[in-house]
Ligand binder design. Structure first.
Ligand code: FE2
Ligand code: FE2
Length: 368
C-alpha cells in the first residue's frame, strides 16, 4: 500500500442517481452531468430504491416535490441506510426562496439547486459534493487499512514478547498462549451470563484477549535461579517472584508515558499488575479487594490458576480437569470473583477442551 494520499477522482466512474417524476427534467439533468458521471434516472424513490446498493452512487439529485412521495421520508430512506448515509443529496427545489432553502437543508439534504436549472451551477454543486464524498470515502478506507496494519504489528510484537517471556521460564511453556484461549472463552461466557455488561464492551474484550499472553511479562525481570528453580520457592524467593507483577506494570507504564492514550496498554498494565490479587484481599502485590481489583485481573486469575493446576510443575504432577474445577469452585468468593467463578463453572468443559488440545508436556519438553 502506498503512503501517498489517494487523490479523489470525483469524475472517474462515479455514479449519480437522479430522481424526478418529470422525464423532461430527468433528460435535462442527465445531459448536464453525463460527460462527467454515469447518470441513472428514476421517477420515484420507490422505483430507485431496489437499485441503490448495486449502483453505489456518489450523489443523489432529488426533485423536491414528487406526487405521492414525502421528501423528508425520501431523504431518510437514503440517510438511514448505513451504506448510503454519507452519500450527499442535492434537492432540486421548485422555488429558491429563503424559507424553502431552509426547509431543504433542515430535513437532511447536503445542498439544493433552485428551479432556474443553470447547468454550470448544477455541475459545480454536484462536482463539489462528489469530490468531498469520494475524498472522505478514500480517507476512511486508508484509516481502516492503517488501523489493520497497526493491529497486525501489535499482534506480532505481542507474540514476540510472549515468546521471550516463555524462553525465560522453562516450566510454563505454552502457558501464555493457552491463557489467551481460556480468557476468550471466559469472557464469552460472562457476556452470555450478562455479567459486567457495561465493562465488557468490544474494545475492552479485544484488548484483554490480545493482552492475555503477556500477563507474566514482568517475569523477564526475575533471576533465572528463582524463575527456573526445580523445586518449591522459599518464602524470600517467593517474595521476589511476586515482583513480576510490579516489574511488568512499571515497564508498561513507562511505555504509556510515551503515548497520549492507549486502551490496550492500559488493559495490559492492569492485567500484569493485578492477576494475582484475590477477591478477599489476600493476594498480591497490593492486597486489593473485590471490585477494586481491575476486571482484567479478576478474569485472568481463573485461567492462570486453572492452567497451573492442569500443567506439570517440578514440584507436582498435573491435576485432572475435575480436580482443578473443584479447587477453583472452592475458591469462588475468597480467591475468585463470584460472577467470574460462576462463568467458569458454566464453561469448564471448554477449558478442558482447550487444555486437551494443547499438549502441555510437549511444549515443556521443547523448552527444557
Ligand atoms: Fe503471574
Ligand atoms: Fe501466569
Amino acid at each position: 500500500m502506498s503512503d501517498q494520499p489517494t487523490q479523489p477522482s470525483a469524475t472517474e466512474q462515479s455514479h449519480v442517481i437522479v430522481i424526478d417524476d418529470s422525464k423532461m427534467k430527468q433528460r435535462f439533468l442527465k445531459a448536464i452531468l453525463e460527460n462527467d458521471y454515469i447518470v441513472h434516472t428514476f421517477s420515484s424513490v420507490r422505483e430507485a430504491q431496489p437499485h441503490f446498493e448495486d449502483i453505489a452512487p456518489s450523489c443523489f439529485l432529488m426533485d423536491m416535490e414528487r406526487p405521492g412521495e414525502d421528501s423528508v421520508a425520501s431523504i431518510r430512506t437514503v440517510k438511514d441506510n448505513p451504506k448510503l448515509s454519507e452519500v450527499p443529496i442535492i434537492m432540486v427545489t421548485p422555488t429558491s426562496d429563503v424559507e424553502t432553502e431552509h426547509r431543504v437543508l433542515e430535513c437532511g439534504c447536503d445542498d439544493y439547486v433552485g428551479n432556474r436549472f443553470a447547468p454550470e451551477i448544477i455541475r459545480a454543486r454536484v462536482n463539489h459534493l462528489v469530490e468531498l464524498f469520494e475524498f472522505r470515502k478514500n480517507l476512511k478506507i486508508r484509516v481502516e487499512q492503517k488501523t489493520q496494519s497497526v493491529m497486525e504489528l501489535q499482534d506480532a510484537i505481542m507474540l514476540m514478547l510472549s515468546d521471550l517471556v516463555e524462553c525465560r521460564d522453562s516450566f510454563t511453556s505454552g502457558h501464555a498462549q493457552r491463557t489467551r484461549d481460556y480468557v476468550e472463552c471466559l469472557v464469552c461466557q460472562l457476556q452470555a451470563n450478562q455479567s459486567y455488561v457495561s465493562e465488557l464492551h468490544d474494545e475492552f474484550v479485544r484488548d484483554l484477549v490480545r493482552a492475555a499472553p503477556l500477563h507474566d511479562i514482568g517475569k523477564v525481570g526475575i533471576a533465572d535461579a528463582i524463575l527456573n528453580k526445580p523445586g518449591k520457592l522459599t518464602s524470600e524467593e517467593f517474595d521476589t517472584m511476586k515482583m513480576h507483577t510490579t516489574i511488568g506494570a512499571q515497564a508498561i507504564s513507562h511505555a504509556m508515558n510515551k503515548l497520549h492514550e492507549n486502551s490496550f496498554l492500559r488493559v495490559l498494565r492492569d492485567l500484569a499488575m493485578s492477576h494475582h490479587e484475590r477477591w478477599d484481599g489476600t493476594g498480591y502485590p497490593f492486597g486489593l479487594r473485590g471490585t477494586s481489583i481491575p476486571l482484567s485481573g479478576r478474569i485472568m486469575a481463573i485461567p492462570d490458576v486453572y492452567d497451573a493446576l492442569v500443567s506439570e510443575r517440578p514440584y507436582k504432577k498435573p491435576f485432572p480437569h475435575e480436580k482443578a474445577v473443584s479447587i477453583i469452585k472452592e475458591g469462588i468468593g475468597s480467591h475468585f470473583d463470584p460472577l467470574i467463578g460462576q462463568a467458569f463453572l458454566d464453561c469448564e468443559l471448554q477449558f478442558r477442551f482447550i487444555s486437551m488440545h494443547q499438549d502441555h508436556s510437549e511444549a515443556e519438553n521443547q523448552a527444557s
